[in-house]
Design a protein around this ligand. Structure first.
Ligand SMILES: [Zn+2]
Ligand SMILES: [Zn+2]
Length: 304
């Protein structure tokens, strides 16, 4: 299997001289496996525009395209209106993703982007055949490719994906935050309750262990690392993202071959990300010498 990154940022596109090496587009990953007649795309952030342009220019766009959405926050779907194949007859585009409220389906959430209020073309005017599929926590197979999903910890329903083909596995876990104990653990805290503190700790641990087990053994893990630990602990609890430190520990303890940090914070410039990477390589990740770590960067290809 092969993945190519077309967008690696979180939140909003942030082009400019400070992000030119690592990239300023939001989430989009191209996945290829043995079946050359099929293209898999994970997320339709602003990077999908460039992927579409590349496929058209090189004449390498298979007629069948599957887009797996991790969730429907705007940074993960905003590029779809600019993905050229949706305007060409003969293309079959299947979009898979989770929805938080069944009564507001995936097709409605996506097609609302094509309202004249936001965009000059209506969803009903698209020339490709567009199909929508609600996903829950599940396992599917498409020929020899198996795709399984797992719920993550984010303010709306969000899925991690695990793709397996020919004995190899590539997993994604973003956008997601570590589960924390919801009850105070400090006996000095006026609302401390020993039983609640212990139960809360166990519940968080179990939920984190489930996600770890889902990605365990992956040759490549693409994981949310929007924050450094101090930012997460002091300012961003509940925003639905992980830290580099958390991600390294999770991956290192779960037999990951290569960990790619993903969903970079929009304010974090190239130099800062490179410096952080070097620091983690020399410190936190040095405890796991069997594992490689790197930043997901626009344009790179990873293979397993
Ligand atoms: Zn996001
Ligand atoms: Zn999100």
């Amino acid at each position: 299997m092969k993945v190519k990154f077309w967008g690696v940022r979180g939140s909003t596109p942030c082009p400019g001289p400070d992000t030119v090496r690592i990239g300023g587009n939001t989430s989009c990953i191209e996945l290829r496996y043995g079946n050359e007649d099929e293209l898999i795309i994970i997320d339709a952030g602003s990077g999908i525009r460039l992927l579409g342009n590349h496929l058209m220019k090189t004449g390498t766009c298979p007629k069948k395209i599957k887009i797996f959405l991790t969730h429907t926050h705007s940074d993960h779907i905003m590029g779809l209106p600019y993905f050229t194949p949706i305007y060409i007859p003969g293309y079959e585009i299947d979009i898979y993703g989770p929805v938080t409220y069944e009564e507001e389906g995936l097709e409605k959430i996506i097609s609302d982007q094509f309202s004249y209020r936001y965009f000059p073309v209506k969803h009903s005017e698209l020339s490709a055949t567009m199909s929508y599929h609600h996903l829950q926590q599940t396992e599917m197979t498409f020929g020899d490719l198996s795709v399984s999903t797992h719920y993550l910890n984010h303010p709306i329903l969000t899925l991690g994906y695990r793709f397996e083909y020919d004995g190899k596995a590539i997993s994604t876990a973003y956008d997601t935050e570590p589960f924390f104990n919801l009850f105070p653990e400090d006996p000095e805290d006026p609302s401390y309750d020993e039983f609640a503190a212990e139960e809360g700790k166990l519940a968080a641990q179990e939920a984190n262990d489930e996600i770890s087990a889902f990605v365990a053994g992956s040759d490549i893990l693409i994981h949310d690392s929007q924050y450094i630990d101090e930012e997460l602990q002091t300012s961003y609890r509940g925003w639905g993202h992980s830290s580099f430190e958390w991600t390294i520990k999770l991956a290192g303890e779960n037999n990951i071959g290569k960990l790619l940090f993903f969903h970079h914070a929009m304010e974090r410039c190239d130099d800062e990300l490179e410096t952080l990477l070097e620091g983690y390589r020399n410190n936190e990740a040095a405890a796991y010498p069997q594992m490689e770590i790197d930043l997901a960067r626009e344009g790179i290809v990873e293979e397993c």
